[in-house]
Write a protein that binds this ligand. Structure first.
Ligand SMILES: Cc1cc2nc3c(=O)[nH]c(=O)nc-3n(C[C@H](O)[C@H](O)[C@H](O)COP(=O)(O)OP(=O)(O)OC[C@H]3O[C@@H](n4cnc5c(N)ncnc54)[C@H](O)[C@@H]3O)c2cc1C
Length: 305
């Protein structure tokens, strides 16, 4: 079967693209390698998506998925390993199958960046987490550290402070960089401490081979051992673009370079959401990108022969 468009990723960008494509009567399918919802599934609360004053990320993801399902979008649980540009058509390769399509919308988002310090790999799932909503409840009445000072770190630290006895926020800059409101909420919490201008040197392992804490160093060179049962890392994102690395459409950091029409430099290949070079990576910008991508897929398909 030759598809009109195939969407890679069922996060906010991909699901919105799927809704617009289905409503435009396109022959469309959407691929998801993990679970629908993307990064928002790992988000405790979303307060800034229009029309949803306060909602858990999981709930918002469920609404989005139900919306796509109500329109009959074909969701294929598989990972796209490679996109091949065959000229007029594109080939999508999964571990067991290939699919042919006139256009592709890449909506593969990002994954959390790791610190790359000693003992990090050993302690993954043994005390190191990137998802407060998933793993936070394990640290009820325990001590946790949060690495980072941007919106994700600050918002998730606030959530963790409702579970843990103490939250220690370790930020390499001398201030937080999150929104003022999010900072104010966190600063007002009685059980949150801060270490500014501090870098993580290594994670510490206890006798049970689990997390014991973090060794940090401040900008004056002083070292400190922070004892913690769990550590949550929010230090940035890495774009998921391994499937297009041969197409020359990414920048030096791996983000897809798409224009305001979500077109890449390869005709018929579009890209939407966090995976793109852009200023603000949020649900509202991802969904907008998904809609724009489909509008331009439609224009292109009018000329497709
Ligand atoms: C901790 C945290 C808190 C946040 N809080 C907020 C907030 O309060 N408000 C807000 O607006 N935004 C928030 N964001 C940002 C928001 O989650 C993202 O902007 C949004 O999810 C981006 O959507 P996306 O569809 O572009 O990508 P993603 O959500 O990353 O979705 C991409 C999807 O593609 C799938 N995928 C990737 N590669 C493949 C492949 N090869 N084959 C098949 N499937 C693939 C992934 O599994 C994933 O499901 C937060 C992010 C984080 C990490």
């Amino acid at each position: 079967m030759l598809y009109d468009t195939l969407i890679i990723g069922a996060g906010p960008a991909g699901m919105t693209a799927a809704i617009y494509a289905k409503r435009a009567n396109l022959k469309v399918a959407m691929f998801e390698k993990y679970i629908p919802g993307g990064q928002i599934v790992n988000t405790a609360e979303i307060e800034n998506y229009t029309g949803h004053p306060k909602m858990s990320g999981y709930e918002l993801a469920t609404h989005m998925l139900k919306h796509t399902e109500s329109l009959g979008v074909d969701l294929i649980y598989d990972e796209i390993l490679k996109i091949e540009d065959l000229g007029r058509t594109k080939k999508l390769i999964t571990p067991t199958n290939t699919y042919e399509t006139k256009t592709v919308i890449i909506a593969t988002g990002t994954v959390p960046r790791k610190l790359g310090v000693p003992n990090e790999e050993t302690l993954l799932s043994k005390g190191i987490s990137f998802c407060a909503i998933c793993d936070g409840p394990m640290y009820k009445d325990k001590v946790v550290a949060v690495i980072g000072g941007g919106n994700s770190a600050v918002e998730e630290a606030s959530y963790l402070s409702t579970l843990a006895t103490k939250v220690i926020v370790i930020q390499n800059l001398d201030k937080l960089t999150a929104d003022k409101k999010a900072q104010d909420i966190l600063m007002a919490k009685p059980n949150v401490e801060f270490r500014f201008g501090a870098s993580v040197l290594e994670f510490l392992i206890n006798d049970n081979h689990m997390m014991a804490g973090v060794l940090i160093k401040d900008n004056k060179g002083n070292e400190e051992t922070i004892t913690a049962d769990g550590v949550f890392e929010y230090i940035g994102l890495i774009p998921v673009t391994n499937m297009v690395k041969d197409l020359g459409i990414t920048n030096n950091y791996g983000y897809v370079m798409a224009n305001e029409f979500m077109e890449t430099k390869v005709l018929g290949i579009y890209s939407a959401g966090d995976v793109n070079v852009k200023q603000i990576r949020q649900v509202v910008t991802a969904t907008a990108d998904g809609a724009i991508a489909v509008q331009n897929v439609l224009k292109y398909l009018e000329t497709w022969k």
